[in-house]
Structure formats: structure tokens, C-alpha cells
Design a protein around this ligand. Structure first.
Ligand SMILES: Cc1cc2nc3c(=O)[nH]c(=O)nc-3n(C[C@H](O)[C@H](O)[C@H](O)COP(=O)(O)OP(=O)(O)OC[C@H]3O[C@@H](n4cnc5c(N)ncnc54)[C@H](O)[C@@H]3O)c2cc1C
Length: 487
């Protein structure tokens, strides 16, 4: 299955065979421009120089054409809901991408507004064809469609940040077990070591206008949101991500099943910011985890539990935003049963009701919730168990479900380093809008939406210790976040 097989009929066989995989989507067909000087890899979502199927595809195309590859990154100041915290992390990652690509003979050219237009860059370097990565979110997908209509040279995109190409799923799934029924038989075919082709011809050292990476790619951006400060709990970049992965595999994977339920421990991989920014490939994580299991250093149950999150839930989230593109970040994405039950309870008396600002400042009557909010605001990452609780309470304490969804998205996207991700919207839709869940027992406000109580959640782990740690930045950073990835 190809992205658009009819469109590749004019291509020479050697190039056509590169499109013969569901990972590649031919967005603009045609033959590469003659007398061109290079192939361009337009890096947007997959910000890394290794384990990157989009870059690998660009290299293979370049080898077929006898051309070098140039990578392009356009830094934009108006990316939806981006702020300084996100861009500091992204900026750190660009250094690693630049180094890793240089080792593969590919220069990375970063440009900032107003010199950052892809079409201008393609002209400047004399591109034959542009290979991009995929991003299932609304705006980035729109950019790709607009470009496909405007470009004069072929444009392919490569689904680089999922293990199983998302195009193989031709519908949205309302339950994880139904998704896994289709996903699982495909895993053996895709859980394999990537090819990592070697580039045959390198870009001559031609000078080309670029931003020389320093510490602040946002310098001088007047309308950029700087209100959310960078955090020192995570250092961005592929190198930090690889270190973190090694630590996780060596120390935490064996106990993952139990430790992942303990927010007071550093018991999960904390790779979500790196996955969000494309600093690490999910395939690499899965392959290395499998290696550890195969060597007998982690039980199969731990591996299965981890893969269930990393591929089972994560790729379901990609499927969700792909098939709910217009509604994934609002209450409109609710399952019909969830929408109905919440509507029936919309006038229920709310014992506690807070404003957005009170929630943002963590000023509720619930100490555990305030701590979770504080973990996110101060440290840029919240534990999964508490994200579930956090979302449920926003539903309970907001004026109505639509407002709850909106506020949860705004808070999550502003403060989580891994926010603005398919997982963000799938997680919030699970907590508030019944997505991937079933009706439970009827109760006030929630109707049949699954409820979580503070008392029972707080008993599942050492919540006193968790709250004490969050309140003490030195201890929190030391004990809850991995040394390998701290700034
Ligand atoms: C209300 C709510 C909001 C959320 N917001 C985000 C978000 O903004 N960004 C984000 O990446 N995740 C989000 N999640 C999902 C999950 O909480 C995080 O992915 C996880 O806590 C990240 O920590 P980790 O990397 O240590 O996970 P690990 O337990 O080490 O898991 C490995 C990877 O699997 C994936 N994963 C784990 N749990 C889930 C899950 N429940 N759904 C989908 N993928 C999962 C993540 O990519 C994660 O990095 C949210 C969940 C909820 C309930």
C-alpha cells in the first residue's frame, strides 16, 4: 500500500520503489527537478539525525539521484500554543540534531522569520524534491496540504514518529482493545532494526544563509509567549533522550509494572517530552526494550506493559487526532454516550467550583490536586496517575464539561513539556469526554463517566511523600526526575 500509488506512475522504478510503503505519502507527485543541486529534508516533527525514517528516505532518494541532502528547519514564532518552555527544550535539541546529521554528511540549516519560508529555501539550494515528516495535528497537517498545492517540485512525507504507519488504520477506534486487535498482527513486520542508509554524495561547503544556533532561537520575537519559563528537570535533545533511555532500561524497566503506579518514585521512562519533540524514535525505544527483555534482564510482563503504553496507547492517540481532526481538542470529540450523560447532569450542584486562574495557581481545597498542578507548572511534567486524577477533578469543579475540556487543554498545553501532543488530547478526552472508556455507575456531575476520588487515589501510593517532594524543588528534582536528563 502506498500513500497515493496512482501519483507515482511517472517516477523511475528506482524511486517508485521507495514510495512502496505505507510510511511514505506522496503529497505532490512528479519527477524530481532536473539540474537540481540537492534533496531537501524538511524537518518539522522528527527533530533528530538518527533513527529518523524521513531523513533516511531523503538519503535514499538522494543516493538514487546522485545528489547530496540538506536538512531545513524553520523556526516559527506563532506555533499554536508554544511558549518559551517548549522552545528552550526544542532549541537544546537542535544542537544534537545538527551534530548527528553532520556525522551523516547532512548539514542542518535553521532559519527564523522572516527568512524561514520553505519555498524560498528550496529555491536558494536548488532542490530536486522535498521530503518531510508527518504530524497528525490540525495546523501542521494543514501546512503540509497547502505546501503540496503550492510547490513546483515533488513533495513526499514520511510517517517517522510511530512504529506502525498510521495510514494502515483506515478508521478511528473507540476502544484500545479494538485498536490493538489490528495493531498487534502488524508489530512483527514493523518492530525491526531500521536500515540507516549512508549518504553517498555530500553537500559541498557552499555558504547558505542560516541561523547559527545559540542559546535562544526566540531572540527578538516580540509577540512570543515568554510567561512560562524553561525547566531544569529535562534537557532537550537526542543525546539526553538516549541517556535517559539507557538509564530506564538498566534500572527501571524490570520493575516498570509496579513502579509506574507510584508518582512519588522516578519509576517511568519520562521520555514523553523527547517523543513529543521527535528527539527519540518510538521504534528505537521499543527495540532496545525488547533487547533487554530478550537478554533476560526484564520480565516479559514489564516489557508488555511498557509497549502497551508506548505503542498501544500512544499510537491510538495518533489515530484519534487523525480521525477527529476538527474536534480533538474540544468537548465536541466526546463519545455520544458521554455527551448525553454529561448533558443530563449539567445542572447538578457543584460543591466546589473554581475559575481558570484558581486552577492555574493550584488554589483548590484539594492538596493532592494542587501538588499535581504544581508538579506540572514547576517541573514541566506530571505523573500519569495524577494526570488522570487532575483531568477528572477539572471536570468536577468547572462550570460545565465544555469549559472543563477547554481549561484542561490550555493548562496542559502551556505547562507540560510534552503538551500540544496527540497524547494530550487523547488523555483529556479520556478523563473528561469518555473517550476509550465505557459507562460506569451513575453519579452527580459525572453521570456515567468514570469517577476518581481523592481518598482512593491518594491511598494507591505515598501521597504524603509525593506532596512533600513537589513542595521542595531540590528534593523533587533529585528524586523524581532522572539525573541523566536534567539540565
Ligand atoms: C489528562 C491527561 C493528559 C495527558 N497529557 C499528555 C501530554 O500532554 N503528552 C503526553 O505525551 N502524554 C499525555 N498523557 C499521557 C501520559 O500521562 C503520559 O504520556 C505519560 O505520563 C508520560 O510519562 P512517561 O514518558 O514517563 O511514560 P511511560 O510510562 O514511561 O510510557 C512511555 C511512553 O508511552 C506513552 N504513554 C504512556 N502513557 C500513555 C497514555 N496514557 N496515553 C498515551 N500514551 C502514553 C508516552 O509517549 C510515554 O512517554 C496524558 C494523560 C492524561 C490522563
Amino acid at each position: 500500500m502506498t500513500g497515493s500509488s496512482d501519483d507515482v506512475s511517472g517516477l523511475p522504478e528506482s524511486l517508485r520503489k521507495l514510495t512502496d510503503t505505507p510510511r511514505v505519502f506522496v503529497r505532490r507527485s512528479g519527477v524530481p527537478a532536473p539540474d537540481a543541486k540537492c534533496v531537501v529534508y524538511w524537518m518539522q516533527r522528527a527533530e533528530r539525525g538518527v533513527d529518523n525514517p524521513a531523513l533516511d528516505c531523503a538519503i535514499e532518494v538522494a543516493n538514487e539521484l546522485g545528489l547530496p541532502v540538506v536538512a531545513f528547519f524553520s523556526a516559527i514564532s506563532n506555533f499554536p500554543r508554544a511558549n518559551l518552555r517548549h522552545y528552550a527544550f526544542l532549541n537544546q535539541g537542535l544542537h544534537d540534531a545538527e551534530k548527528d546529521m553532520a556525522e551523516r554528511g547532512v548539514p542542518l540549516i535553521v532559519r527564523r522569520p522572516p527568512e524561514n519560508k520553505l519555498e524560498q529555501f528550496l529555491q536558494d539550494v536548488g532542490a530536486a524534491i522535498v521530503i518531510g515528516d508527518e504530524n497528525p495535528l490540525r495546523e501542521p497537517e494543514r501546512w503540509r496540504r497547502v505546501l503540496a498545492g503550492r510547490l513546483k517540485i515533488p513533495f513526499w512525507t514520511v510517517d517517522a514518529d510511530v512504529v506502525v504507519p498510521s495510514r494502515l488504520f483506515t478508521k478511528g477506534f473507540y476502544a484500545q482493545h479494538l485498536f490493538r486487535r489490528q495493531l498487534d498482527p502488524l508489530l512483527p513486520e514493523y518492530l525491526v532494526e531500521p536500515k540507516a542508509p549512508k549518504l553517498e554524495k555530500q553537500w559541498p561547503h557552499t555558504r547558505i544563509a542560516r541561523w547559527v544556533l545559540d542559546d535562544d532561537i526566540t531572540k527578538g520575537w516580540r509577540h512570543f509567549d515568554r510567561s512560562v519559563k524553561p525547566v531544569d528537570t529535562f534537557r532537550g535533545g537526542a543525546h539526553a533522550a538516549q541517556k535517559r533511555l539507557r538509564y530506564f532500561l538498566g534500572h527501571q524497566l524490570p520493575d516498570y509494572e509496579a513502579a509506574r503506579r507510584k508518582p512519588e518514585l522516578n519509576g517511568t521512562s519520562q521520555l514523553s517530552p523527547y517523543l513529543h519533540f521527535g528527539h527519540i524514535s518510538p521504534l528505537r525505544i521499543a527495540l532496545e526494550a525488547k533487547r533487554v527483555m530478550d537478554a533476560g534482564k526484564a520480565p516479559k510482563a514489564a516489557y508488555d506493559a511498557y509497549i502497551n503504553e508506548l505503542i498501544g496507547w500512544r499510537e491510538l492517540a495518533v489515530n484519534f487526532v487523525t480521525y477527529s481532526r476538527a474536534t480533538y481538542d474540544s468537548f465536541e470529540c466526546a463519545e455520544p454516550w458521554a455527551e448525553k450523560t454529561l448533558r443530563e447532569h449539567i445542572r447538578d450542584r457543584r460543591e466546589y467550583e473554581y475559575t481558570y486562574e484558581q486552577l492555574e495557581r493550584g488554589e483548590t481545597h484539594d492538596e493532592l490536586w494542587n501538588s499535581a498542578q504544581s508538579q506540572m507548572v514547576r517541573y514541566g511534567w506530571m505523573h500519569n496517575l495524577l494526570r488522570m486524577y487532575w483531568g477528572k477533578k477539572i471536570l468536577e469543579w468547572s462550570p460545565n464539561p465544555a469549559r472543563a475540556f477547554e481549561w484542561a487543554v490550555l493548562l496542559n498545553d502551556a505547562y507540560e513539556l510534552d503538551g500540544r501532543d496527540p497524547n494530550s488530547y487523547a488523555g483529556i478526552a479520556w478523563a473528561i469526554a469518555g473517550k476509550f472508556d465505557r459507562p460506569w455507575f451513575e453519579r452527580e456531575i459525572f453521570g456515567t463517566i468514570r469517577y476518581m476520588s481523592g481518598t482512593s487515589t491518594g491511598k494507591k501510593f505515598d501521597s504524603r511523600l509525593y506532596m512533600a517532594l513537589v513542595a521542595n524543588p531540590g528534593m523533587a528534582t533529585e528524586q523524581m526526575f532522572a539525573e541523566a536528563t536534567r539540565v
